[in-house]
Design a protein around this ligand. Structure first.
Ligand code: B12
Ligand code: SF4
Ligand code: SF4
Length: 291
């Protein structure tokens, strides 16, 4: 492993590389208009790879949810204890552009075409970004992996609905990028309408502070019992005052409105009505209560 690196400097290097990729990659463009970005400039933060929260996720999410140390050791077929004593996780938020968010606001049953493109082409860009971050880190002589791109990544079902063994939102929570919400969506300083991703490495990076008081601090419903606007936005009745029903949500997206895939020419179209025309759409709504 290369010696004598300054974690603050490597953090700036990684943040700048991610920003440049978001700015310059042709994959971050709408397929029907090269002038339109899919995502705005990202938020990028870091977590300590051995933060105890990653072990807690084995209880909160599922025993199969892997830790960063397990992820890197699986990728490189090494014993976890043979890896560096300090591991880091880079996590990013890709905010969805105003044009796409605005196009989804009047929608009542199905997502707009730009939203569907963001789900399909935007996630292809997000995959390329994960691979790019792995490449720039390994080019510097460190180990790196994007668990979501590995063959060991899997999604599964339990009695509450779908889950995975590497939840990008829980990684973003560990890196202090935001909190969960009544609709399950992850509310950041750039709001809830975004996609996210992450990479694990043994490159020294400084852990970002996690300032949220609870895992739901950015959602108005949990802060002052007001809002609930996402409840009426959901055409599937999947959100109530008790929270988000993942089974209903999935059934709506994958069965009931799957017919629009053909019209939009995508393999997965998403929905996201609960992430637009709501107070948390593009900012942290709780910040407004503080001014
Ligand atoms: C499976 C899956 C789904 C499932 C289930 C979603 C879910 N809630 O998990 C279905 C098919 C329903 C779905 C739907 C959608 N999805 Co989806 N999906 C995933 C996937 C592949 C895995 C998610 C996962 O592992 N969840 C784990 C379970 C356990 O999470 P959970 O139930 O939400 O967790 C709750 C508990 O952990 C709880 N909690 C309880 N106690 C504690 C304590 C602590 C300390 C913490 C931190 C949490 C916590 O908080 C959470 C919220 O209530 C991810 C990609 C990835 N690899 O991460 C994308 C992902 C979650 N989806 C995403 C998106 C955008 C969508 C849709 C908007 C569709 C679209 N693109 O238009 C909808 C929105 C659904 C919603 N309201 O959240 C984004 C989310 C971004 C965001 N803004 O939040 C992700 C991260 C993809 C990405 N790369 O960006 N999705
Ligand atoms: S719309 Fe309101 S209740 Fe729903 S997630 Fe956003 S802030 Fe929370
Ligand atoms: S909860 Fe699911 S079905 Fe309901 S609006 Fe959100 S993404 Fe659509």
């Amino acid at each position: 492993m290369p010696a004598n690196v300054n974690p603050e400097e490597t953090a700036v290097f990684i943040q700048e590389e991610i920003r440049a990729f978001v700015r310059n990659s042709p994959l971050n463009r709408m397929p029907d208009s090269n002038d339109d970005f899919i995502f705005d400039q990202p938020l990028v933060q870091f977590a300590d790879g051995d933060d105890p929260i990653f072990n807690e996720y084995k209880t909160i999410i599922d025993p199969s949810h892997i830790t960063p140390r397990e992820a890197l050791s699986k990728t490189y077929e090494k014993n976890p204890e043979d890896l560096s004593t300090h591991l880091s996780v880079t996590s990013w938020i890709l905010p969805i552009t105003a044009k796409t968010r605005e196009s989804n606001r009047p929608q009542k049953d199905i997502p707009s075409r730009p939203w569907a493109y963001t789900r399909w082409y935007g996630e292809k860009f997000n995959e390329a970004l994960r691979a790019h971050v792995v490449k720039i880190i390994t080019n510097k002589g460190y180990l790196a992996t994007a668990p979501f791109l590995q063959t060991y990544f899997k999604t599964m079902e339990n009695e509450k609905g779908s889950l995975s063994n590497w939840s990008e939102r829980h990684i973003a929570y560990a890196a202090g990028l935001g909190t969960f919400s009544l609709s399950d969506g992850f509310i950041t300083e750039r709001g809830i309408a975004h996609r996210c991703g992450s990479v694990v490495t043994d490159m020294p990076l400084p852990a970002s502070p996690r300032t949220a008081e609870t895992p739901y601090s950015n959602c108005l419903s949990y802060v002052n019992n007001e809002c609930g606007d996402c409840i009426s936005r959901c055409p599937a009745g999947a959100i109530t005052e008790q929270g988000h029903d993942k089974v209903k949500c999935r059934k709506y997206m994958y069965d009931e409105i799957a017919y629009i895939k053909q019209e939009y020419g995508v393999d997965v179209q998403g929905c996201g009505l609960c992430q637009t025309k709501v107070p948390c759409e593009f900012r942290n709504p709780v910040e407004r209560l503080k001014v």
